[in-house]
Design a protein around this ligand. Structure first.
Ligand code: FMN
Length: 321
């Protein structure tokens, strides 16, 4: 059976999963600017999903059809909860499931999850197996890094490639490197060679520091990749995935409109279920790169609800007319 990974034209351009950023609201806002070929959810804890208090965790897997095709990214410790989560994600209509084996945060690695799995092949294998069993044919992919404390490409990427995965996203840094050094794209290129030597079909998606669609196309060509995933680049340019919109053509009014839409959709979607404060991290994305942006942002940071945001934006717009 053909999966989303087979169906998408290559190279595939993907918006990276980013916790507390790429929720259903942000994905819809990005769709209004320029769609990537594929979205991922924020990473979602399977042990949390299986617990009684799963309501908050479940917010992370909420989506609308505007965000399709969409892959749910999961993490956790217990293989049986991966199995249950996979069953639920199949029922929810996801296009695929991705397992996070890359997050370097101490809060998750100290339990042995995410990038700590780089040091625990047997649990990684069990988790992949349990997820596949629950996924009933829905594709199960992995996103990872090139090592934990040091680069262990042959050992780790070689191991993952032997798990019969449809796709493998490689963030070109070790967990210890966090995001502090430039991504090692040459290592991502070597992963493609390992895949080719094994004569496998697993798609390799490169990730790390890409800031534009042009750069993504160049990297895909240079390293013979099947796709490129972009994360933080979207903070500098929400129109990044639009093939023709140059950031220089975006006006202050466009930016303000986008922020208004985001606040509106956020309040409609989350109401009181998510704190208004979380919304503030997005102000920097939209209200940036124009004269007076800093002052406007400072004012916006003082707000506590949608009405206050709208009022400040209206006042500002009347001045620039
Ligand atoms: C705020 C933030 C949250 C992130 N959350 C996740 C996550 O939930 N799952 C994941 O696999 N990676 C996560 N990442 C890592 C990104 O997906 C990506 O691998 C990393 O930022 C490198 O790509 P970039 O240089 O294009 O941003 C996160 C990164 C950032 C900056």
């Amino acid at each position: 059976m053909k999966t989303i990974w087979d169906k998408l034209e290559k190279p595939i351009f993907i918006l990276a999963p980013m916790e507390d950023v790429t929720d259903t609201v942000f994905r819809r806002i990005i769709s209004s600017c320029g769609r990537p070929n594929l979205y991922f959810t924020e990473f979602t804890n399977v042990d949390g999903l299986a617990s009684k208090g799963d309501k908050v965790v479940s917010q992370r897997i909420l989506y609308t059809k505007e965000e399709k095709p969409l892959i749910a990214q999961i993490w956790g410790m217990k293989p049986e909860n991966y199995f249950k989560a996979a069953q639920r994600l199949v029922d929810m209509g996801y296009d695929g499931i991705d397992i996070n084996m890359g997050c370097p945060q101490r809060t998750v690695t100290r339990h042995g999850a995410c990038s700590a799995l780089i040091k625990n092949h047997s649990l990684a294998k069990e988790i992949i197996q349990a997820t596949k069993e629950g996924a009933k044919g829905l594709p199960v992919s992995v996103k990872t890094r090139i090592g934990f404390n040091k680069i262990v490409l042959d050992e780790w990427i070689g191991f993952l490639l032997d798990q019969d995965l449809p796709a493998l996203t490689i963030h070109g840094r070790t967990a210890a490197e966090m995001s502090k050094v430039p991504a090692h794209w040459d290592e991502i290129g070597k992963a493609v060679e390992i895949r080719n030597a094994k004569k496998l079909k697993t798609l390799i998606i490169g990730n790390g520091d890409v800031k534009s669609l042009n750069e993504a196309k160049e990297k895909a060509k240079q390293y013979k990749l099947d796709g490129i995933m972009i994360g933080r680049g979207i903070f500098e340019n929400p129109w990044l995935f639009h093939p023709k919109t140059a950031i220089e053509t975006i006006t202050v009014k466009d930016r303000i409109e986008l922020l208004k839409n985001h606040v509106d959709l956020y309040v409609q979607t989350w109401g009181k279920n998510k704190n208004f404060q979380i919304l503030k991290k997005y102000f920097k994305i939209y209200i940036a790169n124009f004269e007076g942006a800093h002052e406007l942002r400072t004012q916006l940071m003082e707000t506590t609800n949608q009405e206050e945001v709208d009022k400040i934006l209206q006042q500002y717009e009347s001045k620039i007319k």
